[in-house]
Design a protein around this ligand. Structure first.
Ligand SMILES: C[S@@+](CC[C@H](N)C(=O)[O-])C[C@H]1O[C@@H](n2cnc3c(N)ncnc32)[C@H](O)[C@@H]1O
Length: 218
């Protein structure tokens, strides 16, 4: 899968690309490319934004700067999905992530400042996605959230079956995961549930299912 991210801050992604699970699938299952709008802008001095028509605070990402970036990489608006990251978009959840995992090629557009000139979302994007009902300063964290959520569902990203059986997965009926414990079995009098140290796998499985159901119903 190819994921292309367009951003004003390409170096912000350095940390993410060194971390598992993305690091484990980069170059094999996922090819991540980072593009800076300033590298291809047709405007002088790397300009990519401008004051809003009608007045108001802040700067708006220009449509010509974003179109030039897409032209430089794809020769126009690509056929595959181009996702504008905006708090006004369709809200991200695990179902949306699973839908995106099936794509061969994805482009993510992030903005900063006051956001996108609306023509970017209307004419250059196929989708608009929000990572939640709150406003961040830029689309870099939302892009990283999306890339990480997609990467961990790729084959080979995680050593075991955990992504198939975790919170919001179809395997757990989109509910939340059962509680997890590790050593020591007792700490300050706080004991791990007896069933988990019983060695009875059928009982453990039934307990986990019940815990997941009960927590999801809260
Ligand atoms: C400060 S925000 C712009 C907010 C915009 N003026 C508004 O009121 O809707 C700057 C950029 O950060 C990104 N961003 C902020 N919050 C986001 C969220 N919840 N989901 C996705 N992207 C977000 C978007 O790329 C957005 O254009």
């Amino acid at each position: 899968m190819q994921i292309d991210v367009f951003t004003l801050v390409p170096h912000a992604f350095g940390w993410l690309t060194e971390q598992r699970p993305l690091a484990a699938v980069l170059g094999t299952e996922v090819d991540l490319r980072l593009f800076g709008y300033r590298d291809t802008t047709p405007l002088a001095n790397g300009q990519v934004d401008d004051a809003p028509y009608g007045g108001g605070a802040g700067m708006v990402l220009r449509v010509d700067a974003v179109a030039a970036a897409l032209d430089a990489v794809y020769g126009g608006v690509p056929e595959h999905r181009v996702i504008g990251l905006t708090p006004q978009g369709r809200q991200l959840d695990q179902r949306v992530v699973e839908e995106l995992v099936d794509e061969e090629h994805l482009t993510l557009l992030s903005a900063r400042f006051e956001g996108f000139d609306e023509r970017i979302l209307a004419h250059l994007c196929s989708d608009a996605i929000s990572i939640g009902p709150y406003v961040l300063s830029g689309g870099e964290l939302p892009a990283m959230v999306l890339v990480d959520a997609i990467a961990r569902l790729q084959p080979g990203a995680l050593a075991d079956e955990s992504p198939r059986r975790e919170t919001f997965s179809a395997e757990l009926d989109r509910g939340v995961e059962f509680p997890q414990y590790t050593r020591p079995a007792e700490f300050r009098g706080w004991r791990v549930p007896d069933v988990l140290v019983s060695g009875d796998h059928a009982r453990i499985e039934a307990w986990r299912r019940e815990q997941s159901r009960a927590r999801s119903a809260r």
